[in-house]
Write a protein that binds this ligand. Sequence first.
Ligand code: HEC
Ligand code: HEC
Length: 241
Amino acid sequence: MIKSVTDGRMDTGMAGFSNTLNAEQIGLVVDFVRQAFMHSEKLNTRYHTEGNGWPEHERYAIAFPFATGEIPLDTAFEQLTPEQQQGRELFMASCITCHDRAKVVDEGIAWDPRAVSFPRSGYSHRIPDAVSAATPYSIHDQVPVMEALSTQEKQGELLYQANCAFCHAADGTGRNWIGAFLEPHPRNLNKMQGMMNERLQTVIRDGLAGTTMPAWRHVLNDAQVAAVAAYVMRVFVANEE
Ligand code: HEC
Ligand code: HEC
């Protein structure tokens, strides 16, 4: 450090001070830098100070070891003293948002293959909630029971339930889980007054630009499009209230 301050560092903005300071002064300033910034780092570079808006941060001292990495966050709970257990709880509740996890022993699997979607916390749109015993979505996942479907309509039913129900819901309302989130919402197929079979087949084949309604012409052949359309006409359009 004395050499750097005396001669400067080549190819950097750090100038040499040999013409400005004598050897004793250079020694003093280096001593100060070492003492103030290197040895007492924790005190001089502290973040949680009153001036920074964190008065009395010492009251959280039991959580400090988890913030500094002194105690790995995944240390078995039983191995912690009661005070450390409290500290860990405090850390998890109030500090981890910024401190992430200072240190863990076992990194674990880097990627968790489980899909995470909103809302989190294990909510499922299929499980009735404990309070109302209802689920607003899964009621729309029930396939309508229809008597006497023709062979073509039956084929259409299979195709519809496999390809379209994902967005339009099994009952055609578009009020299932996915449909509720799409913008614009999938068309309620039960409310398509005046929809003609021919126009329906064109929409299915070409999709609707600027919406999530896909073009199916490369997925379904003409007979399959006709079958889906027949099913939609019979079960949804013809049954409009
Ligand atoms: C809003 C964000 C934020 C929260 C919340 C937070 N910290 Fe910090 N903490 C920081 C930052 C930024 C630093 C400075 C990090 C650095 O210098 O590398 C820091 C540094 C520290 C340090 C090192 C000493 C110091 O003051 O710089 C300790 C110990 C610490 N935090 C403990 C905690 C504890 C315990 C909690 C929970 C009660 C907590 N922190 C909550 C942002 C936060
Ligand atoms: C990825 C989601 C998605 C899938 C899958 C999907 N649709 Fe759509 N569909 C939409 C959306 C969104 C709209 C509404 C667009 C609008 O009204 O702006 C729509 C609109 C429609 C319309 C109304 C057309 C009109 O002119 O108003 C019909 C009919 C339709 N879809 C049938 C189907 C059929 C049949 C299938 C399966 C072969 C299907 N959709 C698959 C999202 C989807």
